[in-house]
Design a protein. Sequence first.
Length: 201
Amino acid sequence: MEIIMILVSAVFINNFVVVQFLGICPFLGVSKDFKSALGMGLAVTFVMTLTCLITYPIYTYILVPLKIEYMEIIVFIFVIAAIVQMIEMALKKYSPTLYNAMGIYLPLITTNCAVLGVAELVIDSAQIAALIGIEATAMNMGYAVLYGLFAGLGFTLAIVLMSGLREKINRLPINKHLKGFPIAMIAACFIAMAFYVFGLV
């Protein structure tokens, strides 16, 4: 039951992009076509999952016992940067097309506030436990990694929906004043309103 609660909370109710408005830069920048959007979503999902897998034990078993919790953001950014660098090298070698399609937005995953946001959220056991409906003492690395995975899948869902809308909008006759960024923002608002409803249920 907890896994279903994590899934619903991370993907729909607390979606990092369209509910919490974190990671908007790649959401708007890479959602022009489906393939790039899916690639970016999967890359962010992979980074979020690995980030939670690495940062949760670092925080719990190193930073807290040494009483240097104030270093968490610096440590987390280093971890995220290392993971993104590995993904960048792998994509450059094995999928140059996807690497070129992502362009500047791939290195921007390092500073993507959604990735840092999920790392910060999962170490706050009381807050995430309240989100998924468990006791704070029951929070563990398994829940943290699952939350990271599902938060990434929520990001992927949002960016893929956005790419589908943008591809459809590009085929419609639209006033020249609304073309490009303005209509993309309007589409993003409609997606955000749709996801907002899940929080009301």
